[in-house]
Design a protein. Structure first.
Length: 144
């Protein structure tokens, strides 16, 4: 069976994610670098509104990038239903400054019918690991 969402993502590699499925994804406006089933890669530029008072990428913004981009990875599976985050754990290792480009790499470790476990690593331009996040998403029926 063809996965139209993944195919659309693959056609948009190298473009900004201004048409991401979520408002926060559109606000983050990363540049999609790779799209495979169960794995995505994108670059995000650290803007002033994404930093803490000392000009570093805010830890909460790192969590937002990870949560939204893992969600996009699940969305790219093209499944029926909606998956929502039930937990998110982030380990922080290094920082990035305003103006830097960071790269998020996601992977779905286990994609069951009800629960999906995903991970995201965030790197700086030199390939240094900035943070690693892990999450579980639960399939829910959207309310009308």
């Amino acid at each position: 069976m063809s996965n139209l969402i993944l195919e659309w993502m693959q056609e948009n590699i190298g473009k900004t994610m201004s048409e991401a499925p979520t408002p926060v994804g559109r606000w983050l406006n990363g540049v999609l670098r790779d799209a495979q089933e169960g794995a995505l890669v994108a670059d995000f530029t650290v803007r002033p509104e994404m930093t803490n008072p000392v000009g570093l990428l805010h830890g909460g913004m790192i969590a937002v990038i990870m949560d939204d981009f893992i969600g996009a990875t699940v969305f790219a599976l093209g499944r029926d239903g909606f998956y929502t985050t039930v937990d998110l754990s982030v380990d922080y290792f290094a920082s990035a400054r305003e103006g830097e480009v960071v790269t998020a790499k996601t992977r779905l470790v286990k994609a069951g019918q009800r629960v999906i476990h995903g991970e995201c690593d965030l790197f700086n331009a030199e390939g240094r690991l900035l943070a690693r996040g892990r999450t579980n998403l639960l399939r829910v029926e959207p309310r009308e």
